[in-house]
Design a binder for this molecule. Structure first.
Ligand code: SAM
Ligand code: ZN
Length: 273
């Protein structure tokens, strides 16, 4: 039985192979790539469609080159501490499935038979994700209206996606664990210095989150060597600065061909209270 629920009536969804169907006969087709669209137009909100194709491709290309692999390894190690045989693990805002896939593969290597789910509001992103990993169930949906049964998840991973504490807490089992990553103080400092006149370091906010007990923080810092301007631009387009950048900064970015930059993250783990 899947932990997915009908976005219309909230009943459990059953996978018939070609579609997911609830007891009230609401039915949702499974796309050829393998994901199911559980996004109701009223739940789309301001994000509308989430990341578009160009953003998804840029992120995939960048991540697949392994620039963030130390972060991925740290998140996998953290997930491995809490997942066991039969655990349900959800990647909320999974994008094109880079971390979802790596976490699932790390479970396989450790002989942990967990059930993985990935949800993202971007249909393009979940389509890519579904093609990447056939053993994960991917759904297009909003993290603000997760089509996931209450108290059904052992571990929830959320990487750089919008945060919805109420929903994350609702879908987790009692004592379930939430793992996320945040940029730390020096993240991409050299990139910011190369582009901005007055760069500033990231402000790290207090760890406390309502409804959760903070259980660990692990700093993951490493150096990235860029010898390809496309990768630098892909990285920049993945950051929130991208949307706040003027013409002068764009021009500096265009001519930036090589760069050594720090990646600086914190992997934070919480337990549902
Ligand atoms: C910065 S990307 C991170 C993707 C992935 N977790 C990763 O780290 O590679 C943010 C993701 O959040 C998704 N997103 C934005 N708003 C969303 C929402 N309301 N519900 C679900 N996903 C959302 C976007 O489509 C995008 O894939
Ligand atoms: Zn229904």
């Amino acid at each position: 039985m899947s932990v997915l629920i009908c976005p219309v009536c909230g009943e459990m969804l059953e996978n018939t192979g070609k579609s997911y169907i609830c007891q009230k006969r609401h039915s949702f087709d499974i796309a050829r790539s393998g994901y199911v669209n559980l996004l109701l137009s009223k739940h789309m909100g301001k994000a509308v469609h989430g990341d578009n194709k160009l953003m998804v491709q840029a992120r995939r290309e960048f991540l697949d080159k392994g620039y963030y692999s130390p972060l991925s390894e740290a998140v996998c190690e953290e997930a491995l501490k809490y997942a066991k045989n039969g655990s349900v693990v959800l990647d909320a805002g999974c994008g094109e499935g880079y971390y979802t896939f790596n976490i699932r593969a790390s479970f396989d290597r450790s002989d942990i038979a967990a059930k993985m789910y990935g949800v993202d509001i971007s249909k393009v992103a979940v389509e890519y994700a579904a093609k990447r990993d056939k053993s994960v169930r991917f759904a297009a949906a909003s993290v603000f209206h997760l089509p996931v049964a209450s108290g059904s998840c052992d571990v929830l991973v959320t990487m750089f996606a919008p945060y919805c504490g109420e929903e994350y807490s609702r879908v987790l089992k009692n004592n379930g664990v939430m793992i996320m990553a945040i940029p730390s103080e020096n993240h991409l400092w050299e990139l910011k210095k190369a582009i901005y006149d007055n760069p500033y370091r990231n402000e790290v906010k207090p760890y406390e989150l309502e409804g959760f007990e903070h259980i660990s923080a692990r700093r993951v810092s490493f150096t990235m060597e860029f010898r390809d301007s496309t990768d630098i631009r892909s990285l920049f387009s993945m950051t929130p600065y991208y949307y706040k950048t003027g013409r002068t900064e764009q021009e500096r970015l265009e001519v930036l061909a090589e760069l050594t930059a720090q990646a600086d993250f914190e992997v934070l783990t919480y337990r549902k209270k």
